[in-house]
Design a protein around this ligand. Structure first.
Ligand code: MCN
Ligand code: CUN
Length: 798
C-alpha cells in the first residue's frame, strides 16, 4: 500500500509478498479461534479451584443494617461468605478508581447503585455458589435514590457520597476549555447563531465475553497470579500491587484470549479484587465470572452526556465560534477510564474538522445512584460525544441557512495545507485532507441522485421519505504523549521487545493487549516490513506481565499509534545491528552495507549480488558475531509519542423513513476512512464493519435505562438491544491515505473511528428526512416510536 495520495511519506511500503505493510494477511489468531482452541478466562481450570459469586443489592440507594451469611454457609460445598468486614482486615474493603475516587469492593455502609457488590460467596462449584448467594440475608434501610444528573444537582436531592468529608452535594467537578471571552465576542457579533440540546444516552460496551478472573495465590512462592479479562495487564498489575500490598514482582497478571473489550475491560472491578482476596485467604485458586446482566448493570458504561451546542457563523455559513455546555452523569463513583489529567476525557476536541476562530466548553459532572463509568465503547475518551455534537450542530446550521450540508462542511474544513494545525482549544492535529475524503464519499454515495430522489418524494407526498446524513469527523487517538497523558500516574508510552532466533525467526512481545483486533497479525506485519522477514516467521506475544515489556494497554485506538511505533523502532534497532553483522559476513565495511526494502536483503553498495538475508544474519549473530558487537539479535523500544494521531473520515448515510410506522431503513451506507498508512486493509475493513454496526446500535437501539426507583430497566439483552445481522445494511467502504508525519510508519489508529463517526451521520440522515417540515433533532436511540412521534410533531405522519 503506497502512501499515494499526497501528504508526507515517511517511507515507501511495498506489497513484496512477505506479509509486510499493506498486505491482506489472513489473521494468524483465527486458526485457534475457529477451531475452538481459544483460551479465555472461563476456559481456565486449576486443581482445587473454588468459585465466587457476588451478592448484589436489589436497591439503588440503601444503608446496610445487617448481613447474615449463616444460611448460605450451611449449604454443602460453601467455603466462605465474605463481607466488607472480612476485607477490612486485609485493608481491601475499598479500591481506587482510575480517576482517584475510592470505590467499595464490597459495600461497607451504604449501597449507591442497584446491583452493587454487597457480599461474596465462595464455594466448590459455581452452582452451589449461586444457590448460596441467594441465601445470604441482607437487611437494608432503603433510601431515596436519584438517577438523573440534573435532579441529582438540585438542592433537595439525596446526598449520595455522604462518606466523603468535603462532599455536601452530588457535584463532582466543573471543567472548562477554550477562551470564554473571545468566544462570547464572536457570538455577540455573529450574523447567525444556532443552538440545539441533545443527549448522548447511556450505553454499554457489552462485549460477548463478560468480565472475569481466576486468582491463584501461591503461598510457596508468595506469588499472586491472576488470569483476568484485562485491556491493560501491566497497569492492572501495578494497581493490584498497590491495593494489595503484594510487591509488584510477586504479582503476575495474564490476560489470555479476550472475547471483546470495547473499553469495558479497562477499569478494575470489585469482582477481581474479591477473587484475589479470597484466593489469598483460602490459599486456593478462585474463579469469578460475571453474568450478562451483572456486566451491563455494574461495569463501566459509556457516554451519558446531556449537551447543549451553539454555533456562531456568517450568513454564508462560515463557522466562527462553537460553544458547548454539558451535564455528565458519572454514576455513584468517579471511575471513568481515561487519562487522569482530563476530567472530561478528550471532549476538548469538539471543534472537529473545522477551522473556527474561537471555542469554549464547560462541563459539570454529577454523582447519581447508577453504576459508575462513562468512558468506554469504542471512544477515544469522550471524542465520540464531541464528534456527535459538532457533526449534529453543522447539520443544524446547514438547515438554518438552507445550505447543503456537504457544501457547508467544505466551507469550514481545516485546509489540507494548514497541518500541523492547532485547534481553538489547543490540540495539535498532525495531518488531514478532509475535503478529499468527503469528495470520495459523495461520489461513492451517489449524493446528487439521492438529493433529487429526496425532492421527488417530498413533491409526490410519498409514504416513505429519503434522508441523507453526513459526518466528516476527526478522531484523536494514540495517547500519550506521556507528559500529557497518564493512567493513575503512569505515563502513557508503550513498548515492544523483539528477539530474533538463531534460525532466523522471531518473537515480538508487546505492551498492548488485543481483544480481537488482530495484533498477532498486524504487529508481525510491521516487523516483516522492517526486517524483510516473512510474516509467518514472527510470533507476537502479549498479555502476560511476567514476559511482556511494560505497557499501558489497548484502548483509545492507541496500539498502532504507540506500540506499533515501538515495534517499528525495535525492528529498526535490530536492522542497525544486522548491518554490522552483515558487514562482517560479507567482509565489507559497515558504511557500505545497504538494506533493500523490496528484496528484504542487505547488500554491499554497488554490488547487489553480494547480499545476505536476515535469516543468514541471525545465524551470524549467534554463531559468528563480530568483535565490535555483543552476540544475539534483539532490541527493546519504549515509545513515547511526540503527539497523538488524528484519523478522520467522511460517512454518508441514506435512509428511508416510513411515515406510517416511523421505521428507518438504510438505503446506502458509505464510509471513507483515513488512518494514514495501512498495515492490513482487510483487518481495517473488519474494524470498520464492526464499528459501524456498533454505531447503528448506538443510533437506533442501545440504551441503559433506569426507572425512578433506580432499577436498571435496560440491563440485559432483552432490554439492551444490540444490533444483529438483521439490522445491518451493506457497507460500502473506501479510504484515503494521509500518513501521520510523526509516526515511524506513518500509521494512525482506526479501531474506534466507525463508532465515533457514524452515529451523527445516521441521526443527520433521519433529521434530514424531516427537516423540510421543521425537524431539527431526533434523540437516540431512534426507535420507530421516537421517529414516529417526531413525524407526528411536524405533521408528516400518516
Ligand atoms: N490497523 C492497521 N493499520 C492502521 C491502523 C490500524 O492495520 N493504520 C490495525 C491494527 O494493527 C489493529 C487494528 O487495525 O490490528 C486496530 O488498531 P488500532 O486502531 O490501533 O486500535 P487498537 O488495536 O488499539 O484497538 C483498540 C480499539 C478500541 S479502543 C476499541 S474500544 C475496540 C476496537 O479497537 N475494541 C475492539 N476494536 C475492537 N475490535 C474487536 N474485535 N474487539 C474489541 O474489543
Ligand atoms: Cu473508549 S473504549 Mo476503547 O478506548 O477500549
Amino acid at each position: 500500500q503506497h502512501a499515494d495520495d499526497g501528504g508526507p511519506q515517511p517511507e515507501k511500503h511495498c506489497g513484496h509478498g512477505r506479509g509486510g505493510m499493506g498486505e491482506e494477511v489472513t489473521r494468524k489468531e483465527d486458526k485457534r479461534f475457529i477451531t475452538g482452541r481459544g483460551n479465555y478466562v472461563d476456559d481456565i481450570k486449576k486443581p482445587g479451584m473454588l468459585h465466587c459469586e457476588i451478592v448484589r443489592s436489589p436497591h439503588a440507594h440503601a444503608r446496610i443494617e445487617d448481613i447474615d451469611g449463616s444460611r448460605a454457609m450451611a449449604l454443602d460445598g460453601v467455603v466462605a461468605v465474605l463481607t466488607a468486614d472480612d476485607l477490612l482486615e486485609h485493608d481491601l474493603a475499598t479500591m481506587p478508581t482510575l480517576m482517584d475516587d475510592t470505590q467499595d469492593v464490597l459495600v461497607n455502609d451504604k449501597v449507591k447503585f442497584q446491583s452493587q457488590e454487597v457480599a461474596a460467596v465462595i464455594a466448590e462449584d459455581r452452582y452451589t455458589a449461586k444457590d448460596a448467594a441467594e441465601k445470604v440475608e441482607v437487611e437494608y434501610d432503603v433510601l431515596e435514590p436519584v438517577v438523573d444528573a440534573e435532579e441529582a444537582l438540585e438542592d433537595d436531592a439525596p446526598l449520595i457520597r455522604d462518606e466523603l468529608d468535603d462532599q455536601e452535594d452530588n457535584h463532582i467537578f466543573d471543567w472548562e476549555t477554550g477562551d470564554k471571552e473571545a468566544t462570547q465576542e464572536v457570538f455577540d457579533e455573529a450574523a447567525v447563531t444556532v443552538e440545539e440540546q441533545m443527549e448522548y444516552q447511556r450505553l454499554h460496551p457489552a462485549p460477548i465475553e463478560t468480565c472475569g478472573a481466576v486468582a491463584d495465590w501461591d503461598p510457596g512462592k508468595d506469588k499472586m497470579t491472576v488470569h483476568m479479562t484485562s485491556q491493560a495487564p501491566h497497569a492492572h498489575r501495578t494497581l493490584f500491587s498497590q491495593v494489595s500490598g503484594i510487591p509488584e514482582h510477586k504479582v503476575r497478571i495474564v490476560s489470555p484470549d479476550v472475547g471483546g473489550g470495547f473499553g469495558n475491560k479497562v477499569p478494575i472491578y470489585p469482582g477481581y479484587v474479591v477473587a484475589a482476596a479470597a484466593s489469598y485467604v483460602l490459599e486456593q485458586p478462585v474463579k469469578w465470572i460475571e453474568e450478562r446482566s451483572e456486566n451491563i448493570q455494574t461495569t463501566g458504561f459509556a457516554r451519558d452526556y446531556d449537551m447543549t451546542g451553539e454555533i456562531a457563523a456568517t450568513e454564508d455559513g462560515v463557522i466562527q465560534g462553537v460553544k458547548v455546555d454539558v451535564l455528565a452523569n458519572h454514576g455513584a463513583y468517579n471511575a471513568a477510564a481515561q487519562p487522569s489529567k482530563f476530567p472530561a476525557g478528550f471532549f476538548n476536541i469538539f471543534t472537529g474538522s473545522y477551522d473556527v476562530d474561537a471555542a469554549y466548553g464547560s462541563l459539570t459532572g454529577a454523582f447519581t445512584n447508577t453504576a459508575p463509568g462513562g468512558v468506554a465503547y469504542r471512544c477515544s475518551f469522550r471524542v465520540t460525544e464531541a464528534v456527535y455534537l459538532i457533526e449534529r450542530m453543522v447539520k443544524v446550521l446547514a438547515d438554518e441557512l438552507d445550505v447543503d450540508p456537504a457544501e457547508i462542511r467544505r466551507r469550514n474544513f481545516i485546509p489540507s495545507d494548514a497541518f500541523p494545525y492547532e485547534s481553538a482549544t489547543g490540540w495539535n492535529y498532525d495531518s488531514g485532507d478532509y475535503e478529499k475524503a468527503l469528495d470520495k464519499a459523495l461520489e461513492m454515495a451517489d449524493y446528487e441522485h439521492y438529493r433529487e430522489e429526496q425532492q421527488r418524494r417530498i413533491a409526490e407526498d410519498a409514504d416513505k421519505l429519503i434522508g441523507i446524513g453526513i459526518s466528516s469527523f476527526t478522531e484523536v487517538v494514540g495517547a500519550g504523549p506521556g507528559k500529557q497523558c497518564d493512567i493513575a500516574g503512569i505515563e502513557m508510552f508503550d513498548s515492544a521487545d523483539l528477539r530474533v532466533n538463531p534460525t532466523g525467526n522471531a518473537v515480538l512481545r508487546i505492551g498492548v493487549q488485543t481483544q480481537g483486533q488482530g495484533h498477532e497479525t498486524t504487529f508481525a506485519q510491521i516487523v516483516a516490513e522492517e526486517l524483510g522477514m516473512d510474516v509467518d516467521d514472527i510470533t507476537v506475544e502479549h498479555g502476560d506481565t511476567d514476559t511482556e515489556p511494560y505497557g499501558l494497554g489497548t484502548y483509545g485506538s492507541r496500539s498502532t499509534p504507540v506500540a506499533g511505533a515501538a515495534a517499528a523502532v525495535a525492528a529498526r534497532k535490530v536492522r542497525d545491528k544486522a548491518k554490522s553483522i552483515a558487514a562482517n559476513e560479507l567482509e565489507a565495511a559497515e558504511e557500505d552495507i545497504e538494506w533493500d526494502r523490496e528484496s528484504g536483503e542487505f547488500h554491499v553498495a554497488g554490488a547487489p549480488d553480494r547480499s545476505i538475508t536476515i535469516t543468514e544474519i541471525a545465524a551470524g549473530a549467534y554463531m559468528n558475531s563480530p568483535g565490535n558487537e555483543e552476540p544475539g539479535l534483539e532490541a527493546v523500544n519504549y515509545y513515547d509519542p511526540p503527539e497523538m494521531t488524528y484519523p478522520f473520515g467522511s460517512y454518508i448515510v441514506v435512509v428511508e423513513v416510513d411515515r406510517e410506522t416511523g421505521e428507518v431503513d438504510f438505503e446506502k451506507f458509505v464510509a471513507v476512512d483515513d488512518c494514514g498508512n495501512r498495515i492490513n486493509p482487510m483487518i481495517i475493513e473488519g474494524q470498520i464493519h464492526g464499528g459501524l454496526a456498533q454505531g447503528i446500535g448506538t443510533a437506533m437501539l442501545e440504551h441503559v435505562t433506569y426507572d425512578d426507583n433506580g432499577n436498571v430497566t435496560g440491563g440485559d439483552f432483552m432490554n439492551y438491544l444490540l444490533p444483529t445481522a438483521n439490522e445491518i445494511p451493506n457497507f460500502e467502504t473506501g479510504h484515503t491515505v494521509t500518513p501521520s508525519p510523526h509516526h515511524p510508519i506513518g500509521a494512525k489508529g482506526v479501531g474506534e473511528s466507525p463508532t465515533v463517526g457514524s452515529p451523527p451521520a445516521i441521526v443527520n440522515a433521519v433529521v434530514d428526512a424531516m427537516s423540510h417540515a421543521g425537524t431539527s433533532h431526533v434523540e437516540m436511540p431512534m426507535t420507530p416510536d421516537t421517529v414516529w412521534e417526531e413525524l407526528d410533531e411536524v405533521g408528516l405522519s400518516i
